[in-house]
Design a protein around this ligand. Structure first.
Ligand SMILES: C[S@@+](CC[C@H](N)C(=O)[O-])C[C@H]1O[C@@H](n2cnc3c(N)ncnc32)[C@H](O)[C@@H]1O
Length: 353
């Protein structure tokens, strides 16, 4: 474990000086951010931006006033975006184990405070290991939201990261993170390749192992929000990984103890009021739940809880109760929840839950 940490610290602290130094496109965000994130990004210092190595959009909706923790915050790009969206009453804490990255993040704290027009900075950066979150000065049940961008794949004890994250979240809180996943388990030989590991490829979890790992950590029903195939774009490394397909996926996992292992039908429904900022026409919960404003949509018990028992509750009218169970929610499946570019072209469908 020490070896992996040392080599990751060297990779992000010394070898890479800026995003352009990456050898593959695994740690690159391929899709364009929505307008409100783009505006927030305009207020992030260019040195912070130049050392961004994330693979997805880890900033969900409805952040005003929240307390947010960023696991593997790097030079702080996502923290400084979140700091604007939580506002002055919110707070953002970033944790990273690479000194050089944390130094860059801290160096620009005052610059961002001034830029945001805040009286006091609402961001804090801690040097620490996300596999030992329980050893940091962080209170259990104290965060509304935990984000992470292309980091958990680099951790050797991923289950510990998830377990500690669950403990740190308030009930109804959310772990919303982007990371790299594979369509099969990565052979040990590749896991020992420090460049493949550093590039966020060979530490990637096989997607079904991630789902298996998430459940005992307390996160019973992980929901994929967005996914994108990773093309690597480096011939030598492509040859090494062979037929393994990699995906950048953003998952949302709620701390809701009563979520069930499968989507069950209790005859419930939800109607979106159109009141989430920057999502007036419709709200995306995940890659198979888009709630158009005003439309009543049947939902499974787990989705009902994700809307009725979280920060989204004020934005939904939720109908029904738990008195009658009608069986499994129709359309739920256990197949791979994201698809290669080829499958997308051939029109393959995603599963319900
Ligand atoms: C691919 S970079 C992403 C950084 C940042 N999230 C971003 O989007 O720019 C991975 C980061 O995770 C950090 N990291 C990896 N393993 C870690 C661990 N066990 N504890 C704390 N930080 C870790 C590295 O130091 C590095 O800054």
């Amino acid at each position: 474990m020490q070896d992996i940490h040392k080599s990751v610290q060297d990779y992000y602290g010394t070898e890479l000086q800026q995003s352009e130094d990456l050898q593959t496109n695994a740690c690159c965000t391929l899709s364009a951010p929505p307008a409100h994130i783009k505006s927030a990004l305009d207020n992030v210092h260019e040195e912070v931006q130049s050392k961004y190595y994330g693979c997805g959009l880890t900033i969900p909706r409805e952040l005003e006033g929240l307390k947010v923790l960023d696991l593997g915050a790097g030079s702080g790009r996502d923290c400084y975006i979140a700091a604007q969206l939580v506002g002055e009453t919110g707070r953002v804490v970033g944790v990273d184990m690479t000194i050089a990255q944390v130094e860059v993040a801290k160096k620009h704290e005052e610059w961002h405070r001034e830029r945001f027009g805040y009286e006091a900075s609402n961001v804090e950066f801690l040097l620490g290991n996300i596999e030992e979150l329980d050893k940091l000065d962080l209170k259990k049940n104290s965060f509304d939201l935990i984000i992470s961008n292309c980091v958990i794949n680099l951790a050797s004890n991923k289950e510990k990261v998830l377990k500690d994250a669950f403990e740190l979240l308030k009930p109804g809180g959310e772990l919303y993170f982007s990371d790299v996943y594979s369509d099969r388990r990565i052979p040990e030989k590749l896991q020992k390749d420090s460049v493949l590991w550093g590039e966020c490829l060979s530490g990637a979890l096989y997607w079904n192992d991630f789902l298996t790992l998430a459940k005992p950590s307390g996160f019973n029903d992980p929901r994929a929000v967005e996914s994108e195939p990773i093309t690597i774009e480096n011939e030598a490394l492509e040859a090494k990984v062979g037929n393994i397909q990699f995906y950048s996926v953003t998952y949302r996992l709620f701390k809701l103890e009563e979520l069930e292992g499968a989507c069950e039908d209790y005859g419930q429904a939800a109607r979106y009021k159109g009141t989430v900022e920057n999502a007036e026409n419709g709200f995306t919960l995940d890659d198979h739940h888009y709630f158009e404003r005003g439309k009543i949509i049947p939902v499974c018990g787990n989705t009902y809880r994700m809307l009725a028992e979280t920060r989204f509750s004020e934005h939904f009218e939720c109908y029904g109760d738990w008195s009658t169970h009608y069986g499994i929610f129709e359309g739920c499946g256990g197949e791979m929840p994201f698809h290669s570019a080829e499958a997308e072209v051939s029109g393959s469908d995603t599963s319900c839950c």
